[in-house]
Design a protein around this ligand. Structure first.
Ligand code: OXD
Ligand code: MN
Length: 601
């Protein structure tokens, strides 16, 4: 069988950044003995190393160079068509007991799982290079920052980690020589990209991740979903902080007052778009800046929540991205980017559904087949992705590197809901806000394999990412609230409500500024809100809709609370909590009952 990741032979001075920490050396040696690679490549994160790896990746057809004039220093990667999204059904939390993993995770016994994975990794890197990728998550001077080492046999993973994390010498230095220092062990092997041998396993108690059989980013860039969220959430609870699936944005008013908000939306529900929002003309003197588009690590300081983005790059959904929907994302991916599973035009440019301008007359689609605008197949996979450095973003927040993080004024939950959920509402208090997060739901997207468009409960957008028992996760949220003297206000938004004929009622994108403005006003103490059974809603005139062509009827529909729909919604909250088998804290069960009482009043 053809080796899908043949070994490379770097020239001298490249690939030999061996750290001094004995614990790292011992672990790499252990994996070497098991996987039997041809050689070991110790990454240092330098430009010279990157240039060399890019050449090798092109030689092996792992990357295709794009037109240098159109997308400078950028490349296209095609993953195996059987391997294009996260695989939640093959993702495991290997805690000592099933209870610790909880009702929302696949659990697998740690001893058996290590044995099974060792069996799969035995000799798996024969004829391949074993890369050791040192990285940190978080700003170099942050107390929240964590060190990780990822072993991988994929050159694409190395080049992606270089964009997504602060990679190389910075991590080796931060870890230092103490063999007892905390760091995450990540082992990844492509094996033979066989879905039957694809497992993404987390051992939270050992701070270890082992991922085999996939080359798709969400399964193999172990810094992201695996460390920053699954292992991160476990560590956060143990250590008294929070690891959340949230964007972080800054919003500055014309008089220079700045707030930061964090927002949890499920995968492919517009976190990147919201984090890079450009306000409409009417709000031209407002500024929105991005701290992060996917993950927030938050700690308590002076009774407030402060957030950092642990990542250093964006791994965003490409289709639908254009200069109208997200100009800042377009600018971020104009150069120095990796594209995965988009189409390649004949002039060496990239193409995807929803890109600006006319489609190319001919292209090679994401599977490598000929494509024309008449083709039935999509040119780009619906979950095709860009990987781009945060520094490409023209609106990167000036406090992105700040170690203590940015103070969070509001937390926003949201999902894709065609009905029931109004455009925006505010919780009565922290506990009620936790209930909003815990009962959140969204229609599923292409970010994970499986059916698309089905409503599923996705607490705090963490259903696929909480690394321990979800009941304890809710308890952790409640406990954090008790420690905050100045807690963020909590909101729920829904950009996706549909009216008659299945048309979206709200324009979304830049116009979400109008909702953000109401949220900021509330943080500033505005009383422009109406009490309802589900929380505080803006009145018709509390949202600034100037210069927006929208029918009053649409706004009414957007803010409507339909009692029939909510009857079903309440029953679904209860069913969901009941389905978790008694782990939900009593105060949240009570919140559900109080909500029902408010509807009955
Ligand atoms: C992501 C995801 O890639 O949530 O961010 O799937
Ligand atoms: Mn995500």
């Amino acid at each position: 069988m053809k080796n899908i990741a043949p070994a490379i032979s770097p020239p001298s001075g490249i690939g030999n950044n061996k750290p001094a920490n004995q614990a790292v050396l011992d672990w790499v040696h252990e994996v070497e003995l098991l996987a039997k690679p041809e050689n070991i490549f110790w990454c240092d994160g330098s430009e010279r190393e990157c240039d060399y790896l890019l050449q090798e990746a092109m030689r092996q057809n792992v990357l295709i160079k794009l037109n240098e004039k159109k997308v400078p220093r950028s490349y296209l990667h095609r993953s195996n068509p059987n391997d294009v999204a996260r695989v939640e059904q093959f993702t495991f939390i290997c805690a000592p007991t099933k209870e610790e993993a909880g009702p929302t995770n696949n659990w697998s016994e740690p001893g058996d799982t290590y044995a099974k994975l060792q069996g799969l990794l035995k000799g798996a890197m024969r004829g391949r290079t074993l890369f050791v990728v040192p990285y940190i998550m978080g700003p170099p001077d942050s107390p929240l920052t964590k060190v990780g080492f990822e072993i991988t046999d994929s050159i694409y993973v190395v080049l992606s980690m270089r964009i997504m994390t602060r990679m190389g010498e910075v991590a080796v230095k931060r870890l230092g020589n103490d063999p007892a220092a905390e760091w995450n062990r990540g082992v990844h092997s492509l094996l033979d990209i066989d879905p039957a041998r694809r497992f993404i396993c987390h051992f939270p108690q050992d701070n270890t991740i082992i991922s085999v059989g996939s080359g798709y980013g969400g399964n193999v860039l172990l810094s992201k979903k695996c460390l920053a969220l699954r292992i991160g959430s476990y560590l956060a609870r143990k250590q008294g902080w929070m690891a959340e699936h949230m964007l972080i944005l800054g919003v500055e008013s014309p008089d220079g007052k700045k707030h930061y908000v964090a927002a949890a939306f499920p995968s492919a529900c517009g976190k990147t778009n919201f984090a890079m929002l450009i306000p409409p003309k009417h709000f031209a003197s407002w500024k929105v800046t991005t701290v992060g588009d996917d993950i927030a690590w938050m700690q308590i300081r002076d009774g407030r929540l402060f957030a950092v983005n642990p990542e250093n790059g964006y791994f965003g959904v490409v289709p639908g991205t254009n200069y109208k929907s997200n100009p800042n994302a377009m600018k971020s991916i104009e150069h120095d980017s990796l594209y995965t599973n988009v189409a390649l035009a004949d002039d060496g440019d990239v193409w995807w559904e929803g890109k600006d301008g006319a489609p190319p007359k001919h292209a090679i689609d994401w599977r490598g087949n000929d494509w024309t605008p008449g083709s039935k197949e999509k040119a780009a996979h619906p979950n095709s992705r860009f990987t781009a450095p945060v520094r490409n973003n023209p609106v990167l927040d000036s406090n992105f590197e700040k170690g203590e993080g940015v103070p969070i004024s509001a937390i926003i939950f949201g999902g894709r809901r065609s009905n029931t959920m109004p455009l925006v509402f505010q919780s009565f208090d922290w506990e009620h806000g936790v209930y909003l997060g815990a009962t959140m739901a969204s229609e599923t997207t292409a970010a994970a394999t499986g059916a698309v468009g089905q409503v599923r409960r996705d607490p705090m957008a963490m259903l696929p990412f909480c690394g321990y028992n979800i009941g304890d996760y809710f308890r952790h949220w409640l406990a954090i609230g008790k420690r905050l003297t100045n807690p963020p206000l909590i909101f729920n938004v829904n950009w996706f409500r549909k009216g008659e004929g299945g048309k979206f009622l709200w324009p979304g994108f830049g116009d979400n500024m109008r909702v953000l403005k109401w949220i900021i006003d509330r943080c500033e103490g505005s009383d422009a809100a109406l009490k309802s059974p589900i929380g505080w809603l803006p009145g018709l005139h509390d949202l600034d809709l100037a210069e927006l062509e929208i029918d009053h009827k649409c706004v009414d529909e957007l803010l409507e609370i339909d009692h029939e729909e909510w009857k079903t919604e309440l029953a679904e909250h209860k069913n969901f909590f009941d389905s978790l088998g008694g782990v939900v804290p009593e105060v949240l069960m009570k919140q559900g009952k109080q909500l029902a009482v408010r509807f009955a009043e």
